[in-house]
Design a protein around this ligand. Structure first.
Ligand code: ZN
Ligand code: ZN
Length: 450
């Protein structure tokens, strides 16, 4: 036993002379191929940037990252990171070029794009060239601390500057001028939009019902609508004792649907919201798929004859079983954890409410199957199959693209054809082994460091 042990150690400590040169070649080959892969990654990011900008992923997917994860099998985090870096490089041509020339590794570029701006790009590129990936990572972390500090100061300054001035003009009109923090402003904008919708969609729905589209009556301008909306927001707030309420109670939708419409989107009848706004038959079918249901029977004059008990279209126990079986949205590439139960054959068409006829879909993809023409079926073997609106199948994970027999040779040939001659030293950092002083480096490099 002991003898064996010594033999092994000696062999490791002193490799044969012929072996050293061979290992060096192996190392060079690793370095050269890495440079080729980085250069190819630059091209990949360019393609992703264009695909993202032209919304090529918007075919049932929530985002470019989700599409990437589905199409090429990247994990979710890596896909998001590719898209982020691809977008960032759109405004950072020097970093993009360094990656394309195989001079900077993808790891370094990824780190640098977290902080680089067109103004600081040049300096950060020098950091990437001089240091190892670990140096770059540490400098970027230090840089972000300075950025965050500056951002915190900026947020505090903005918060301090919040104000609302309300005063009466000479003619008696009340005038406002103000500054709100972004998130508070967003609430105001949303409230105004909701109030405007309540005021003007209702009026529109009424005029459609009465069929009296009075052309002589000019609709109010946007600023006028905003003024009316603000009044409604104020009245509503006072009426409810200025109680913001629980988030779940703030938005609730009640849809009144004529039964024939639920069964057949082309049937006569209508679907209207409580305030009179119409929704499409497809939308009401989606809302009815997984909802509380109260069936009311009317006579031909609209008088209510009978009101049934409120029931869930999918009872809670079945819903739990569905969540347990499907775990998340079943749309290819999605997997979002929480969803709605979709009746593959709608209950209004007589589809049964049982597990084999249900599939969990997130809100986005539930819309895709009801309103955007995507189709889902359960096959005899129990698997779900999805189709695009044009009927082409949408596989759970698409087959990988064909790869040349010798991908390295193919990459080298393509790069050579573009005049890009990469070798084992292309991506070598300029670092000579001196200690890295991150604090000093940030002080010298960061425009806001003091
Ligand atoms: Zn559905
Ligand atoms: Zn989904």
């Amino acid at each position: 036993m002991n003898t064996d042990f010594y033999v092994t150690t000696e062999a490791m400590a002193e490799p044969a002379v012929g072996c050293t040169a061979e290992l060096e070649r192996l190392g060079d080959e690793i370095a050269e191929l890495s440079a080729h892969l980085d250069a190819a990654t630059a091209r990949l990011l360019e393609l992703i940037r264009e695909f993202d900008a032209r919304a090529g992923w918007n075919t049932g997917f929530r985002s470019c990252a989700e599409w990437l994860s589905w199409r090429v099998g990247l994990d979710r985090g890596a896909a998001r990171e590719r898209v982020r870096v691809a977008r960032a490089l759109g405004t950072l041509p020097r970093l993009a070029q360094a990656l394309a020339r195989g001079e900077l590794s993808y790891a370094k570029v990824r780190a640098l794009t977290r902080v680089a701006t067109p103004e600081t790009e040049e300096r950060l590129l020098a950091v990437g060239r001089a240091g190892t990936a670990e140096h770059v990572e540490r400098i970027v972390r230090g840089w972000r601390r300075v950025d965050r500090l500056a951002e915190a100061q900026e947020t505090a300054r903005r918060h301090k500057s919040r104000a609302l001035h309300v005063y009466q003009d000479e003619d008696g009109m009340v005038v406002f001028r103000g500054r709100l923090a972004p998130e508070v402003g967003a609430v105001l904008i949303q409230a105004l939009a909701a109030a405007r919708e309540a005021l003007y969609q209702k009026a529109y729905a009424e005029s459609v019902r009465a069929e009296t589209s009075d052309v002589s009556l000019e609709p109010p301008t946007m600023p006028q609508q905003q003024a009316d909306a603000l009044a409604l927001v104020a009245e509503t707030a006072l009426h409810h004792g200025i109680d913001p309420g629980a988030p779940g109670e703030r938005y609730q939708v009640v849809v009144h649907v004529d039964a024939p419409v639920l069964a057949d989107a082309d049937a006569p009848g209508q679907s209207v919201l409580d305030d009179g706004a119409r929704v499409s038959a497809e939308t009401s079918q989606r809302l009815a798929c997984d909802a509380s249901r109260v069936v009311m029977r009317h006579d031909p004059n609209g008088r209510i004859l009978e009101v049934g008990a409120r029931t869930r279209t999918i009872p809670p126990a079945l819903r739990r079983a569905l969540q347990h079986r499907d775990r998340g949205c079943r749309f290819p590439g999605c997997g979002r954890r929480f969803g709605q139960g979709h009746h593959i054959h709608h209950w209004a068409h007589g589809g049964p409410t049982k597990l084999s006829n249900l599939a969990l879909l997130c809100r986005r993809h539930h819309r895709a199957v009801h309103e955007e023409g995507f189709q889902v079926e359960r096959q005899p073997d129990g698997e779900l199959s999805f189709r695009r609106p044009d009927g082409r199948p949408l596989p759970e994970s698409p087959p990988p693209a064909p790869v040349p027999v010798d991908p390295v040779e193919a990459l080298r040939a393509r790069h050579d054809a573009h005049g890009l001659h990469l070798h084992a030293r292309t991506a070598m950092p300029g670092w000579l082994g001196e200690r890295l002083d991150v604090g000093w480096a940030i002080d010298v490099l960061h425009p806001l460091a003091c």
